[in-house]
Design a protein around this ligand. Structure first.
Ligand SMILES: [Zn+2]
Length: 282
């Protein structure tokens, strides 16, 4: 068998993954994260450092878009189910800015959140979902690995253009539960699949429909063939898969990365390729 007979599998040989992406660092993220923890979902929260309100901020009654001050952010995003990513320092339409100002928006946002949360922040969602080829180039130079757009594919394909990353759908999509049903019932023998959901948690308050996300979670929770992961976990895993080296006859595979990788065949065999190891495929 040659190398091309193997498909990427997610950790432990799983054939599917689900991830969430929610924007703006609003108060309602706290409830969303509690639900994610309850149902075992993971996801990424995209925050704009320069938009953080002062401690003790109060909002006029009826306002649903309420960004959290720093003290809340530290508490709410401490969850192990959460990745923090950037969303533009001041949440601008980046494509309207000169490249130098785009760089400032990206680097200062990264720097702010990296100092605040620690670690290395490499993910992003475009404010308003808008960008240009020049913006994409600046992101690449600024060390951003992926950036989510607001484009919905209503599909489950693995990402290819990570700096123009589309979603499967927004949670307001009228087909949400139909897509969830399709995803849950798919039997995968070939390419692995990804359900990528995005939105803003304040919309659940504004639309008074927290049941939308809770029903989505209930439908897709605890599936043994599914990996529940943050955006960067999926990115890093796929990078590790793409770095595999095959021997000239395709009979051996070497994993040079620090991430364990799994492969699968159409017949359902699963091959474990541990980090730093070479595995015989015969
Ligand atoms: Zn936003």
């Amino acid at each position: 068998m040659g190398a091309n007979c193997y498909y990427m599998r997610f950790p432990e040989g799983r054939t599917k993954a689900i991830t969430l992406s929610y924007d703006d660092g609003v108060e309602q993220d706290e409830r969303l994260i509690q639900l994610m923890e309850q149902y075992g979902f993971k996801g990424t929260f995209n925050l704009s450092y320069g938009c953080t309100p002062p401690e003790g901020v109060t909002y006029e009654p009826g306002r649903v878009h309420r960004r959290m001050p720093f003290s809340w952010l530290k508490r709410v995003y401490a969850s192990a189910n959460v990745e923090v990513a950037i969303h533009g320092l001041t949440h601008p339409h980046l494509e309207r800015y000169p490249a130098s100002k785009v760089m400032h928006e990206i680097i200062e946002d990264r720097k702010g959140w990296e100092e605040f949360f620690g670690g290395v922040i490499r993910g992003m969602a475009y404010p308003y979902g808008t960008y240009s080829d020049e913006v994409v180039e600046v992101l690449r130079l600024a060390g951003i690995c992926y950036s989510r757009t607001t484009k919905s594919t209503e599909r489950f394909d693995l990402p290819t253009d990570w700096l123009r990353l589309p979603a499967t759908c927004h949670h307001k999509n009228p087909r949400l539960m139909e897509l969830a049903d399709n995803f849950a019932s798919m039997e995968i023998s070939g390419e692995a699949k990804l359900f990528y959901l995005w939105g803003h948690s304040y919309e659940f308050e504004g639309d008074q429909n927290w049941t939308v996300i809770e029903n989505f979670f209930k439908r897709l929770t605890g599936m043994p063939d599914t990996w529940y992961a943050t955006n960067i976990e999926i990115y890093d895993y796929i990078q590790a898969y793409e770095r595999l080296y095959y021997s000239s006859d395709g009979q051996r595979v070497q994993n040079p990365s620090v991430i364990d990788v799994w492969l699968g065949t159409r017949k359902g065999e699963v091959i474990y390729v541990p980090a730093g190891k070479t595995v015989d495929l015969k």
